[in-house]
Design a protein around this ligand. Structure first.
Ligand SMILES: CC(C)(COP(=O)(O)OP(=O)(O)OC[C@H]1O[C@@H](n2cnc3c(N)ncnc32)[C@H](O)[C@@H]1OP(=O)(O)O)[C@@H](O)C(=O)NCCC(=O)NCCS
Length: 199
């Protein structure tokens, strides 16, 4: 069931049922299908751009059908206009391969570790709070699923943050407004932010 919200937009979880809506939007994004952080390692060398897109799409479909891919989709009417991908550590393992993360991330206490890795908003709808709305909904969904520690990895470099394509992790401000605190620096471009959510 979709939830009505004050902005007039609605939200739904990514699921086999909403997969076609996600796919329509994902095509506008270009072909990454937000699967990068779901793979433990990169695809083999020599993969062409077309092969890469097809494989991403196929693998993403499989993950969604198996219930191993989570995201909040934001709708304007029947059209998906943005998403926020979230998931448990096991669903988004690639973060653990990031050297700066392994070096800098403080240990996490008891409870589930969640990650927020990717935002995408249809260019026509940007700057209207769609990403912030998706984030709020993702955090609420995490709460309903038992809560725990939630991590985000926004780009902190002003130069990079000025380019929309570099903001797929979101911005530090978005997370600060939701009660996240910076716990470590991730090299020169990013920060690790965390928030604890009680069930
Ligand atoms: C990053 C992105 C998701 C933001 O979506 P959005 O709906 O426009 O964002 P919002 O309106 O909710 O604003 C969220 C925050 O983004 C930042 N932001 C938004 N527009 C911005 C701009 N033009 N310049 C700098 N920061 C901006 C601000 O910090 C803003 O928070 P604030 O209004 O409290 O200051 C969007 O620009 C996007 O989709 N970029 C492409 C990302 C991508 O390629 N993703 C695919 C990865 S696989």
């Amino acid at each position: 069931m979709a939830n009505r919200v004050p902005t007039g937009y609605t939200i739904r979880e990514l699921s086999p049922r909403t997969l076609p809506d996600f796919e329509t939007l994902a095509v506008k994004q270009g072909g990454c299908w937000c699967i990068f952080y779901q793979r433990t390692k990169p695809l083999r060398r020599g993969t062409t751009s077309e092969q890469w897109k097809r494989k991403n799409r196929k693998d993403k479909r499989k993950l969604v059908r198996e219930g191993r891919s989570h995201a909040i989709l934001v709708y304007d009417g029947k059209t998906a206009i943005g998403w926020c991908q979230y998931g448990g550590r096991n669903e988004l393992p690639r973060i653990d391969a990031r050297r700066t993360y392994r070096k800098a991330a403080p240990p996490v206490g008891a409870g589930k570790l969640w990650r927020i890795t990717c935002f995408f908003v249809d260019p026509k709808y940007r700057g209207r709070g769609v990403a912030k709305f998706a984030l709020k909904a993702a955090l609420e969904s995490i709460r309903k699923q038992g809560g725990g520690t939630v991590e985000a990895y926004p780009v902190a470099s002003a130069k990079m943050a000025a380019v929309p394509e570099w903001r797929w992790f979101g911005t530090p401000d978005m997370f600060r407004k939701e009660g996240f605190r910076t716990v470590a620096s991730l090299g020169t471009s990013g920060v690790l932010m965390r928030k604890t959510i009680a069930p």
